[in-house]
Write a protein that binds this ligand. Structure first.
Ligand SMILES: Nc1nc2c(ncn2[C@@H]2O[C@H](COP(=O)(O)OP(=O)(O)O)[C@@H](O)[C@H]2O)c(=O)[nH]1
Ligand SMILES: [Mg+2]
Length: 434
């Protein structure tokens, strides 16, 4: 996600950071480059323009704070302006009981898949949803939703009725009777916006008075998605947007402009075909990801899911004392593996995108094998690992002595770094509030 735009923006910031002092010329040429990158990423022209103007104005006008380096200054300004165009994060609005949620959008945008993703998302929060197939003309649409609902044990509205108004009314009353928390209406899409589709959606809207009318739009289509959103907002009305296929969208133009253009919040991102590939949209996280500062809060959230709280506290204590053993190192590797693919995790760490090119997963696997071949004593006190121990470990883990030396060296470096941090010699990177 956003790989290209992210690497190019961080490049510019890096170059600016090398200068001792920021002159207005440097800032002007950097914002010009920013604009070029944004337009190439298919960001709306006016959004790109106002974003760059705001950065320029602030960067030139800003009293350079003594405690900030030029790189930190410019990162901070770009970060803040990016959040301004992305808007505040907004939760799903489920006021009523049950809460009607209407999904609208063009055919192929991902409505049916998203209906199930949303139902599962709500289920995780302890809320039960009924999914309702509203495309009464295409039998395949009914089947697709039914198959997905059955496979994921989501309640599905079975009745087939030729009249979509009647159908949605009955579905809603069934949801009331059965005390569902939400009713998700998967409406009919077309290849293009047409009058019939709009009218049908308006009828459903007037029948069920939804808490949410969510546009499901294909994020890969860039400005087309933005224009579609604008059109739907004008006719049916929208409460929010779900951008799908963000796993395939390296450019990010739709995500960066849709809020500013439509003034409607992005509520979720679809990040894969699987039914769990739905992420709540947090502008701060996206901005810090794009700026290579890493998505620390997402990472923390995922870490909490897999790491026992006590163990985490214990590790934290050891880290702050500068006493991390190889045993702890191994534990962390194991936890990391549970959290997702190596690439995904690296991407969420500050500066991780750069590391991605230098590291690969096989190194991690090798490290794990080596530590596994060490005795408990060796893991606790790696200093005792002499030549003969190294040969034994290498043999046991299918590596060679050179590999063992490398990992021990790395471990020593981490130890040193932790000690320096403890002494306060090393500062944490640019402080961003998450
Ligand atoms: N890669 C990816 N594919 C998606 C995502 N959401 C939906 N799709 C795929 O897009 C295609 C169309 O989705 P569907 O839900 O049938 O769209 P609908 O016509 O709007 O109901 C299907 O092949 C889905 O698997 C997503 O977030 N990422
Ligand atoms: Mg569909």
């Amino acid at each position: 996600m956003f790989d290209l735009i992210s690497s190019r923006i961080t490049d510019i910031i890096y170059k600016l950071g090398k200068k001792g002092k920021l002159h207005s010329q440097d800032i002007k040429s950097a914002t010009k480059d920013f604009k070029k990158i944004l337009l190439e990423a298919d960001v709306n022209y006016r959004v790109a323009q106002s974003f760059c103007d705001a950065i320029e104005k602030e960067a030139i006008g800003e009293k350079v704070l003594k405690s900030f380096t030029p790189k930190e200054m410019i990162t901070k300004i770009v970060y803040e302006k990016m959040i301004e165009i992305l808007g505040k994060s907004e939760e799903l609005n489920i006021k009523k009981s049950p809460s009607p949620i209407m999904l609208i959008g063009l055919q192929g945008a991902g409505k049916t898949t998203t209906a199930i993703k949303l139902a599962l998302f709500l289920q995780k929060k302890g809320r039960k949803s009924l999914v309702v197939p509203c495309d009464v003309k295409r039998p395949a649409a009914y089947e697709q939703l039914k198959i997905l609902a059955d496979a994921n044990e989501i309640p599905f509205f079975e009745r087939k009725l030729p009249n979509v108004v009647k159908l949605s009314k009955i579905a809603l009353s069934q949801a009331i009777l059965k005390r569902y928390d939400a009713v998700i209406f998967d409406t009919a899409g077309r290849l293009h916006i047409d009058k019939e589709m709009i009218e049908e959606a308006e009828k459903i809207r007037d029948t069920v008075t939804p808490d949410e009318i969510l546009l499901v739009a294909d994020g890969m289509t860039g400005q087309d998605a933005v224009n579609i959103a604008r059109e739907f907002k004008k006719t049916i009305g929208l409460t929010g947007i779900i951008l799908t296929k963000m796993d395939g969208d390296a450019r990010g133009g739709a995500a960066l402009s849709i809020r500013k253009v439509t003034e409607k919040p992005i509520k979720f991102l679809g990040v894969g075909e699987k039914v769990n590939a739905l992420e709540q949209f947090y502008p701060e996280r996206l901005a810090s990801r794009i700026l290579g500062m890493g998505d620390l809060s997402s990472l923390q959230e995922r870490a909490q899911n897999v790491m026992e709280v006590e163990k985490a506290a214990e590790l934290q204590k050891k880290i702050s004392k500068g006493e991390l053993t190889l045993e702890d190192f191994l534990y962390q590797i194991k936890q990391m593996k549970k959290m997702g693919s190596f690439d995904e995790i690296l991407e969420m760490l500050p500066g991780g995108k750069g590391l991605k090119n230098m590291l690969d997963e096989s190194v991690l696997i090798k490290t794990e094998a080596m530590i596994n071949s060490m005795t408990k004593e060796e893991r606790k006190n790696p200093k005792i690992i002499d030549g003969s121990r190294k040969r034994r470990i290498a043999k046991g883990s299918g590596t060679d002595v050179h590999d063992i030396n490398e990992i021990l060296k790395e471990y020593e470096m981490v130890q040193k770094m932790l000690k320096q941090m403890k002494k306060g010699k090393m500062k944490m990177p640019f402080p961003v509030k998450f």
